[in-house]
Design a protein around this ligand. Structure first.
Ligand code: UDP
Length: 408
């Protein structure tokens, strides 16, 4: 029974969403129920205190110091810096990662997180050189070089820019595949009756609905933006998804709105909610953007993490799907391009068409099909070689580097 191990971490909601989508897709394609899929938060399992709380610190640190992320992105991007940092991480976290790999048996590893590529990949090469290691990049365009380990058996990316970056970081071009970002399979069979969907969520069917999402953590100043939409004077309705941001949810629920407004916390039916919407307003989180594209929605981007998400903004704005609207005033102005007192305008239709050209709702299935092919290896290759482990556990970056970096 081939076992697939997915390495992710709850830094934001996108990595888990991609991991879940891949897991669903493998199960859907695995008609004979031969495969098992294990998803692991590698930071919780391997980091030393206080870094194992990195997931919980992610939202406040992005909210209060996005500039720091931008700076760190730039400073750590040159390849020598990246290699040095990876070597440090390997020497500190290597032994714990090894224990993690032992706890979760596998025949193939898939990483959907930039901090779980070359370190676990090199450990794997050292211990079980024949097993595949696959990276699925969950940033749309400006993917950090940490994503790219040239030893990976396959690297799946979502855009031309990410593909170029992979090759520039040393990944052989023939091992990079353009697949799109894996998103929930429910985006493949969305309900088509928008009016019915609006009714389901208690919204009027004769008003375009604006959906506001701030990632899994409800980031990005959704309260001010919702206020601007309500005050725009346009006959709209809105749904605000506050995610796990309970304070925001309460604040918005207690407010009186000038237009029909639904406020909710974390939801598990995002595909149906997007299917009810006529416009998506969100921060530049790659998962939400890919889902909006799959639903063929125009998108306004209200904020982005400098460096990491800059390319997402370019991707959406240059293709005509949407605009960058960082302030409530800009949201009000941009709304008047897409809607008037009679409803959606011709610009709205053009933006929907542009979204359809970028959409990749099948990405999870396409990647899963490739993973299944790769994981179907003979059982002889699946055991740990403990003598290699004893000799090699500390020397992931040692003199075997060239061999380790070579894909099987
Ligand atoms: N999401 C969800 N329920 C919510 C809010 C968000 O399922 O209430 C999902 C959303 O559909 C997307 C993911 O969480 O798949 C957020 O990922 P993204 O990459 O957009 O942002 P991140 O949170 O990683 O910054």
């Amino acid at each position: 029974m081939p076992r697939i191990l997915i390495l992710m971490s709850d830094t934001g909601g996108g990595h888990r969403a991609a991991a879940n989508a891949l897991s669903q897709a493998i199960q859907r394609l695995d008609h004979e129920h031969r495969f098992t899929v294990d998803t692991v938060d590698f930071i919780t399992e391997t980091a030393f205190p206080p870094f194992h709380h990195f997931g919980k610190l992610y939202r406040p640190s992005i909210d209060h110091a996005a500039w720091f992320y931008g700076l760190a992105f730039k400073v750590t991007s040159p390849l020598p810096v990246k290699s040095a940092l990876n070597a440090v991480v390997a020497s500190i976290a290597g032994p714990k990662m090894l224990q993690m790999l032992r706890r979760h048996p596998f025949d193939l590893i898939v990483s959907v997180h930039p901090l779980a590529t070359s370190v676990p990949g090199r450990l794997l090469r050292q211990l079980r050189p024949n097993l595949p290691f696959v990276t699925v990049v969950t940033d749309l365009a400006t993917a950090h070089p940490f994503w790219f380990w040239r030893g990976a058996t396959r690297t799946f990316v979502a855009s031309d820019e990410a593909q170029r970056r992979a090759v520039a970081a040393g990944v052989p071009a023939e091992r990079v595949e353009r697949s799109g970002l894996p998103i929930d399979l429910r985006f493949l069979s969305l309900p088509t009756d928008k009016a019915q969907m609006k009714r389901e969520y208690g919204l009027p069917i004769d008003r375009p609905m604006v959906l506001l999402v701030g990632g899994g953590e409800g980031m990005g100043g959704l309260d001010k933006l919702a206020g601007a939409i309500a005050d725009s004077g346009l006959p709209l309705s809105q749904m605000v998804i506050a995610g796990r941001n309970e304070r925001l949810r309460r604040k918005l629920t207690e407010r009186q709105w000038k237009i029909p407004t639904v406020v909710t916390g974390f939801v598990r039916d995002m595909p149906r909610r997007m299917a009810a919407a006529d416009l998506l307003i969100t921060k530049a989180g790659p998962g939400t953007l890919a889902e909006g594209l799959a639903t063929r929605l125009p998108i306004f981007i209200t904020s982005f993490i400098p460096g990491q998400e800059e390319g997402n903004v370019r991707w959406i704005t240059e293709s005509g799907v949407g605009r960058l609207t960082p302030s409530p005033d800009e949201v009000s102005i941009a709304l008047r391009g897409l809607f008037n007192e009679h409803g959606p305008t011709i610009l709205h239709q053009r933006a929907c068409d542009a979204a359809a050209t970028l959409a990749a709702p099948r990405a999870a299935l396409d990647i899963a099909a490739r993973l299944i092919e790769m994981a179907d290896l003979p059982p002889a290759t699946t055991n740990f070689d403990s003598s290699r482990e004893k000799r090699g556990r500390w020397r992931v970056w040692g003199n075997r580097r060239k061999q380790i970096d070579r894909p099987p």
